[in-house]
Design a protein around this ligand. Structure first.
Ligand code: ZN
Length: 284
């Protein structure tokens, strides 16, 4: 009897044990320190107990890209830590097919600088900046008096003032990524992207941060966390997390960055968030 009970317990344990969600970090070219950021993001994902993360490293800048063909379809979410040369047509097609069929995407920091003239990529990221982006790429989207504003005045897309600590304000408290997070929290020293432009279709701004003119900003509440639907795919876009050549990477060491990144990745992968808020999540 005892033996049968043990077998039953083992079997039920196996059935209940959750398989980790497979995540692929795509990196290898960036105007940032991708050698550091990709390792840091992989560590966070793998230590969360929810994900198993692999890293796909592209050829270096200037090298032949034709053989770079990550198998997106083998993953529940793809984290984009890439801002570099165009992918091969077959890779672009495989990526769009993956998202169209329901694959999750996480757009991390300068990934929203990439591929300025790839129409579908701009739709997937919702908003982007730099590399020649302007009003022809879409509206400048920001918050004013607590409401979303879409501004088609001609101008550049993408800028930031000097790095500083800033307050992040939650705008969609009921979204799975935001549920349980404070109304406002202090984010560690980081860049604060502003004047991002794009198609912004099926896009929900989850959180904003005030871009103070005193630090070289716009004087507006700029989007910092976004959720986008494209095809059957879910996209989480975080502009947070600058990683440069400094010895400390304060922006990604902040529990506010780590936890929103992990929650956003889980939502992109499954549509739900099971991760609990850590005790060290920052307050205002
Ligand atoms: Zn940056």
């Amino acid at each position: 009897m005892k033996n049968i009970l043990w077998v039953c317990l083992l079997l039920s344990g196996n059935i209940l044990a959750k398989e980790p969600l497979k995540v692929l970090i795509v990196t290898g070219q960036n105007n940032h320190n991708w050698q550091a950021s990709s390792v840091i993001l992989q560590k966070y994902l793998n230590e969360s107990g929810v994900f198993k993360a692999d890293v796909a490293v592209s050829p270096a800048k200037g090298e032949d890209m034709s053989a770079f063909r990550p198998d997106f379809s083998a993953y529940k979410a793809v984290v984009l830590d890439y801002n570099g040369a165009a992918w091969a047509d077959a890779t672009n097609a495989a990526f769009l097919d993956y998202v169209k069929k329901g694959g999750g995407v996480v757009v991390y920091h300068a990934a929203d600088n990439a591929f300025p003239n790839w129409k579908e990529y701009n739709e997937i990221i919702g908003l982007g900046g730099w590399d020649g982006r302007d009003e022809t790429h879409g509206d400048y989207v920001y918050f004013s008096d607590g409401k979303e504003v879409r501004d088609n005045t001609p101008g550049i897309g993408g800028s930031h003032g000097k790095q500083h600590e800033y307050t992040v304000t939650a705008r969609r408290k009921k979204h799975p990524i935001m549920k349980g997070l404070p109304d406002k929290w202090t984010h560690a020293q980081d860049e604060l992207y502003d004047r991002l432009r794009g198609p912004a279709v099926n896009m929900t701004i989850l959180a904003t941060a005030y871009s103070d003119k005193a630090t070289g900003g716009t004087g507006r509440d700029e989007p910092v966390l976004m959720a986008i639907h494209w095809g059957k795919g879910r996209v989480f876009h975080t502009v947070l997390g600058h990683v440069g050549d400094e010895s400390r990477h304060l922006a990604v060491e902040c529990a506010g960055f780590i936890h929103t990144f992990l929650r956003g990745t889980e939502w992109a992968a499954t549509g739900k968030v099971t991760l609990k808020m850590p005790a060290d999540f920052p307050k205002k």
